[in-house]
Ligand binder design. Structure first.
Ligand code: ASP
Ligand code: MG
Length: 418
């Protein structure tokens, strides 16, 4: 007997037929004698629809009431899945976020999970009842409903898995695992048997939309064993216990697994960054902090930063990137600080893409960055900014060259499937 948390995303829950297919997968797992909890998303498109209603009602809506509205999407699918399981002869019941409860802080629309009361839940699961839990939602200390930020059901699933000490958290989605890159861009992309938490964290944060970044961080912290696998399977598909998907593992597990590793594990592209250049910033101590301190105060995350070598008259240009969604606010902040910073022009650019190559192999090998620069140069792709971490190199390029760059790099690092 194992204790398994299963999570199904919006595409898998979109409509009666698909929910029936999900119920079949869940039933199969329960019939193996496992204790099962299922975390579900709202039907695909539903959260967007609900968000729009809030915006129409008032663009400056109260986030606490927004949470009341958008949490309803998952309430519907959790009830429907319980009904469908019951119709197949399974014992099942739903547990809404407030019924467990899943305690969160009070940062509405982007709440963080604290603890989950799981005693009753565990007793019910031990009695053979499948627990169906809506993802994305929780409860504040003063009993208000919260949601966890878009894509938050992944985090709900991992948090539930940690709370019930699950043997595995299976994230069923519309792809059958984590790939070396987006298979829609590179048809020879390969499915990975395993990635490390660190790699997945980097890949998720640079635009591979398989898992919410926060869920990966939580899984790493809590040591939750996560598998990403496809929900679009039939009765003949191998059981999830045979690990048909991609496992997220520790560095040690990966080494022990001795799967053949390339230097680079994956390549991700992110078109949601914007570039800002400030020209003729005074080249003196403190100038850069005048730029970035007010941005930090406004909670705007700056990613890549370049300060050019000072030119004549002790002036320099400073270029950096921010999330595109924050560009308007960033521009506003910087215009208000124009006197203090002392720049000449502010040049925004949204036609950029960040391409990142990720791999733990980088820690012990040199030359990863230069392979990247050479491959891009051969295709005359211009690099506008660079940033690196221990297991990642990112470059900023023209958005129109995204697909080309990803393809070229996939080949350069020997990732193409034969
Ligand atoms: N339904 C929510 C969203 O669309 C949460 C989720 O599906 O993960 O963002
Ligand atoms: Mg998702």
């Amino acid at each position: 007997m194992a204790r398994i948390v299963m999570k199904f995303g919006g595409t898998s829950m979109a409509g009666t037929e698909r929910i029936r297919r999900v119920a079949q997968i869940v039933k199969r797992q329960a019939e193996r004698g496992d204790e099962v909890a299922v975390v579900v998303s709202a039907m695909a498109g539903e959260t967007d629809r609900l968000v729009n209603f809030c915006r129409e009602a008032n663009p400056l809506y109260d986030p606490a009431e927004y949470d009341v509205v958008v949490a309803s999407g998952e309430q519907v699918t959790s009830g429907l899945l319980a009904i469908t399981l019951q119709a197949m002869g399974c014992k099942a019941r739903s547990w809404l976020g407030w019924q467990l409860p899943i305690h969160t802080d009070n940062a509405h629309a982007k709440a963080r999970i604290g603890t989950i009361d799981s005693e009753e839940l565990l007793a019910s699961m031990a009695g053979g009842t499948i627990a169906v839990i809506p993802g994305f939602q929780g409860l504040t200390d003063d009993n208000r409903i919260t949601t966890l930020g878009r894509g938050g059901s992944d985090t709900s699933a991992v948090a539930v898995a940690a709370a019930v000490k699950a043997d595995r958290c299976d994230i069923y989605t519309d792809v059958d695992g984590v790939y070396t890159t987006d298979p829609r861009i590179v048809s020879r992309a390969r499915k990975l048997k395993a990635v490390t938490y660190e790699e997945m964290l980097e890949l998720a944060s640079v635009g591979s939309k398989v898992l919410q970044t926060r869920s990966v961080g939580l899984a790493m912290k809590e040591g939750v064993r996560v598998q990403v696998l496809s929900s679009f399977i039939d009765e003949n598909a191998p059981s999830a216990d045979t690990i048909p998907g991609t496992m997220i593992v520790t560095d040690e597990e990966l080494e022990n697994a001795q799967v053949e590793r390339q230097l680079i594990t994956g390549i991700a592209a992110d078109k949601n960054e914007a570039k800002i250049t400030l020209t003729r910033v005074p080249d003196r101590p403190g100038a850069v902090s005048h730029i970035f301190a007010p941005l930090a105060e406004s909670n705007i995350n700056v990613d890549m930063i370049i300060q050019n070598v000072g030119r004549d008259k002790g002036e320099t240009d400073v270029t950096f990137t921010v999330p595109q969604a924050d560009l308007a606010r960033a521009t506003d902040v910087l215009q208000n600080q124009r006197e203090a910073i002392g720049y000449n022009r502010l040049i925004p650019d949204t036609k950029v893409a960040k391409i990142s190559v990720v791999g733990v192999g980088m820690k012990s090998h040199a030359g990863v960055a230069s392979t990247m620069f050479t491959a891009l140069a051969e295709r005359k792709i211009n690099i506008q900014a660079i940033s690196t971490s221990e297991i990642k190199v990112s470059v900023l390029i023209d958005e129109d060259e995204t697909e080309l760059a990803v393809r070229v790099l996939h080949t350069a690092y020997g990732l193409d499937a034969d």
